[in-house]
Design a protein around this ligand. Structure first.
Ligand code: ATP
Ligand code: ZN
Length: 290
């Protein structure tokens, strides 16, 4: 019987959440002795535990049908290559931005980059960005510690990943322009796979789609006057047709139930209350098959 191959980061910022996603999808994983692979015990799936930079290559070559990788790594790979990898889901974790940064005291404008040197681990994306802006500048490729480049005199600017901005700040730099907004994505190979494997890819994707939808969705139950229904339906975030039921012994009052596909904030509840809703319950959804 065929088994799916999924490449994930062995260790690092995406490793835990990639495994957590599988866990939430009901897939149990057992590591092997080599530490290079892991095996799912209740789904026909083998994990390849690799460096994130190698994931697009594994998937592009078809060694793995699927992979979980940052959009930043994927886009850098894609710019040097024919299309052989396709994004099939955005996973919502590992969010960060690839940004140009300059000295903290500089009054930066995009034209400042003209003729300068920019240190980065993402030379293709940086060059693509510069070309789009019509700027002629040089990139200096570094594998790590990019933020040290200006101080070492290797470059004038950097183009690096930023989440909180603390690393830049600690090095006297500030982010000034965004090259890419990144998050982790589920990718599949564009190499042909046989029918059984295609079915497994779809089955795994259905599970991960369910996990993503569930994490964002809530089930809302409330009571309201019938004449407030139009307002209430409008306020419910990302809800399709809600279920409406009469309330026994309460003329003109109804119970409303809906799956909300977007975050439900306290402000949403306050708005619902102003619209006439009472006894509002917001419940987590454990599983969802769309
Ligand atoms: P590997 O050993 O697998 O090559 P790495 O050191 O290249 O790991 P990590 O630092 O673990 O990579 O980051 C993995 C991914 O996490 C990044 O490619 C990016 O998509 C995401 N990420 C989120 N926030 C940040 C951040 N502040 N800095 C770097 N990467 C981040
Ligand atoms: Zn890496």
């Amino acid at each position: 019987m065929s088994r799916l191959h999924l490449a994930i980061q062995k260790s690092g910022r995406l490793a835990d959440q990639s495994r957590e996603l599988l866990k939430q999808a009901g897939i149990k994983v057992q590591d092997t002795k080599t530490g290079l692979t892991a095996r799912a015990t209740n789904f026909p799936l083998d994990l390849m535990l690799v460096r994130d930079d190698d994931i697009p290559t594994f998937v592009g070559d078809g060694v793995c049908e699927l992979g979980i990788v940052g959009l930043n790594v994927l886009e850098e790979y894609r710019l040097g290559q024919d299309d052989d990898v396709e994004i099939i889901a955005r996973l919502g974790f590992g969010s960060c931005k690839l940004m140009i940064a300059c000295h903290e005291n500089e009054a930066f404008e995009i034209a400042s980059l003209e003729g300068k040197r920019i240190a980065t681990s993402y030379p293709r994306m940086t060059r693509h960005f510069l070309a789009e802006k019509g700027i002629d500048a040089e990139t200096v490729t570094m594998q790590g510690a990019v933020e040290l480049a200006p101080r070492l005199g290797i470059a004038d600017y950097v183009c690096d990943l930023v989440s909180s901005g603390q690393t830049l700040e600690a090095n006297g730099l500030k982010p000034v322009d965004t090259v890419l907004e990144s998050e982790s994505v589920l990718v599949r190979t564009l190499k042909p796979v046989d029918g059984a494997m295609a079915e497994l890819v779809d089955a795994l994707k259905a599970r991960t789609d369910g996990v993503i939808a569930t994490s964002e969705s809530k089930y809302i139950v409330l009571n309201a006057p019938e004449n407030a229904l139009a307002d209430i339906t409008r306020i419910l975030p990302g809800a399709e047709a809600p279920t409406v039921m009469p309330l026994l012994g309460r003329q003109g009052q109804v119970a409303v139930q809906a799956v909300c596909r977007e975050s439900v904030f306290w402000e949403t509840l306050e708005e619902l209350k102003v619209a006439g809703a009472r006894d509002i319950l917001v419940m987590p959804i454990e599983k969802m098959m769309l």
